[in-house]
Design a protein around this ligand. Structure first.
Ligand SMILES: [Zn+2]
Length: 416
C-alpha cells in the first residue's frame, strides 16, 4: 500500500491542485457540486455505490455525497465497519480574494497555499489515495465502509437534523469514524486528535428607555440599552472563565435603533451622543469541551442576562450549534493504533493534539455512535484565513497511516 501511494504522489498532487482551483465556498452551491462531480466517479471506480443527496431545497446548501462499500460476504463479515467523514465546501466564497492554488515561494515545492488546500481538499485527496492503495493491495474488497462528504461543514444548513441526517444514519451503521480534517505539527511532530470542542452562536438583545441623556441613571430612564449590554458582556468576561471554555463577542450594535443584516455579519445602527440608547445587540460564540459544559455555561449566561440594570431588559438566545466530541477510552485506544500504524511505516510517533487547537466539526454529530479520530487529513497551517497552507510531504504520509490503520481495523470484530 505504501509503494502504491508513493508511486501516485504526482497524480495526487495534481488532483489537489484541480480541486483547490474550483471555488466551493459553502454558499456557492454549483462549486460544491463541481467538486462532487470529480470525487463521485473515483469512488465508483473503487467499488462504492455512490449517491448524491441534494439539499438545496431542504437546507439551502448543495448536498451530501454518500458512498457505500458493503461487505461482499454479508453484514458482519468484514470486521469493524468504517465511516470516512469529509466536506467539499470551504470558507472562501467567490467574493474572497483567495482563489487559486500556488506553491509558497522559497518552500522548495514543499508547501502549497490555496483556498481549502488543507481544510480539507488535501484531506479528500488523502482519503482517495488511501482507498486506492487499499484497493490495489486487495484490502478494500473485504471492508464494510461508508463515506459521507458534506457540502456545508463550514456553515451548515438549517434545520440541522436534516443537514446531518446522512452522516448520522451512516454512523449508526458504523463502528469507527475517521474525520479527514487537517492537523497541525506540534514541535515538529505530526498530530491527530480524539476530541473536538463544541461551537454555538449566541445573540443578545437589550432594551432601554430612550430620552435625554441628562436624565440617564435616574428613576425614569434608568441606564439604557448599551450600558445593559456592556454589563452583561463584562460579567461574561469576569464570571464565566473555566478550563476548556472560550466565548467571543464578534459584533455589537446599539443606539436609538440597531439592526443586524440577515446573515448576521454586519448591520446598521443610529444614535446620538445626547440620547439614551433604546436598543443594543451583540453576536458571539461559545466553545466547550463537552455538551454538559455547554448546558451549564448557557444556564449561567441566561442568569447573567436576567439581572437587569434599572429600566432595562435583555434576552439571550442560542443559535446554530455543533456539539462537542469529548475524549473517551475507546478514542484513546484508537489513537494508540494510529500511532502504531505510523511507527510500523517508520513515519515516527504521532503527537496527541488537544481540543483547544481546532474548531468544531462534523465528527461531533457521530461521536455518540462511534469512536473516532479527528484530523487524519493533510497537515498545514492557517485554516480559514487567506494564505492557508498545506505541507505536501504529509499527503503520502497521512494516506499511508490511514491505509494501514484501516487494514488493521477491518481485521478486528465489529462492535455489534
Ligand atoms: Zn474543515
Amino acid at each position: 500500500m505504501a509503494s502504491n501511494i508513493d508511486a501516485n504522489d504526482a497524480a495526487d498532487l495534481a488532483l489537489l491542485e484541480k480541486l483547490v482551483d474550483i471555488n466551493s465556498g459553502t454558499m456557492h452551491l454549483a462549486g460544491v457540486v463541481a467538486v462532487k462531480d470529480i470525487l463521485a466517479p473515483r469512488l465508483q471506480n473503487l467499488g462504492f455505490r455512490v449517491r448524491w443527496v441534494p439539499m438545496d431545497k431542504l437546507t439551502d446548501r448543495a448536498g451530501d455525497l454518500v458512498a457505500e462499500h458493503p461487505c461482499p460476504d454479508g453484514e458482519g463479515h468484514c470486521g469493524k465497519r468504517l465511516l470516512l467523514i469529509g466536506h467539499m465546501d470551504t470558507v472562501f466564497e467567490p467574493s474572497s480574494p483567495f482563489q487559486r492554488y500556488a506553491m509558497v515561494p522559497s518552500s522548495d515545492g514543499k508547501i502549497a497555499t490555496g483556498p481549502g488546500v488543507a481544510d480539507m481538499k488535501g484531506g479528500l485527496v488523502v482519503m482517495l489515495a488511501a482507498l486506492r492503495a487499499m484497493d490495489a493491495a486487495g484490502v478494500l474488497r473485504n471492508t464494510a465502509m461508508r463515506v459521507v462528504l458534506s457540502g456545508d461543514e463550514e456553515r451548515f444548513g438549517d434545520p440541522v437534523d436534516v443537514a446531518r441526517r446522512d452522516l448520522v444514519e451512516a454512523a449508526k451503521q458504523s463502528d469507527v469514524a475517521l474525520e479527514f480534517e487537517p492537523s497541525v505539527r506540534i514541535d515538529g511532530h505530526d498530530s491527530v486528535s480524539i476530541s473536538r470542542r463544541s461551537s454555538t452562536t449566541w445573540h443578545i438583545e437589550t432594551t432601554g428607555i430612550s430620552g435625554h441623556s441628562s436624565q440617564i441613571f435616574g428613576d425614569r430612564l434608568g441606564y439604557g440599552a448599551i450600558y445593559e449590554l456592556n454589563r452583561i458582556l463584562d460579567a461574561f468576561r469576569r464570571d464565566l472563565p473555566e478550563e476548556g471554555l472560550t466565548y467571543n463577542v464578534g459584533l455589537i450594535l446599539g443606539g436609538g435603533a440597531a439592526q443586524l443584516d440577515q446573515d448576521q455579519t454586519g448591520g446598521k445602527a443610529t444614535g446620538k451622543a445626547n440620547v439614551v440608547a433604546a436598543t443594543a445587540l451583540a453576536v458571539g460564540d461559545l466553545r466547550t469541551l463537552s455538551n454538559e459544559q455547554t448546558q451549564r455555561v448557557e444556564a449561567k449566561m441566561h442568569t447573567i442576562a436576567a439581572e437587569h440594570l434599572p429600566r432595562t431588559g435583555a434576552t439571550i438566545t442560542f443559535g446554530e450549534s455543533y456539539p462537542a466530541m469529548a475524549t473517551s477510552p475507546e478514542n484513546e485506544r484508537l489513537f494508540r493504533e494510529w500511532d502504531q500504524a505510523s511507527e510500523a511505516l517508520v513515519l515516527g510517533p504521532v503527537q496527541l493534539g488537544g481540543p483547544m487547537s481546532r474548531g468544531a466539526g462534523d465528527i461531533a454529530f457521530v461521536a455518540p455512535y462511534v469512536s473516532g479520530l479527528v484530523g487524519v487529513g493533510i497537515l498545514g497551517e492557517g485554516y480559514h484565513a487567506v494564505g492557508e497552507t498545506a505541507f505536501l510531504d504529509s499527503l503520502p504520509k497521512q494516506a499511508k497511516r490511514n491505509a494501514v490503520l484501516m487494514e488493521r481495523l477491518v481485521r478486528q470484530p465489529a462492535k455489534r
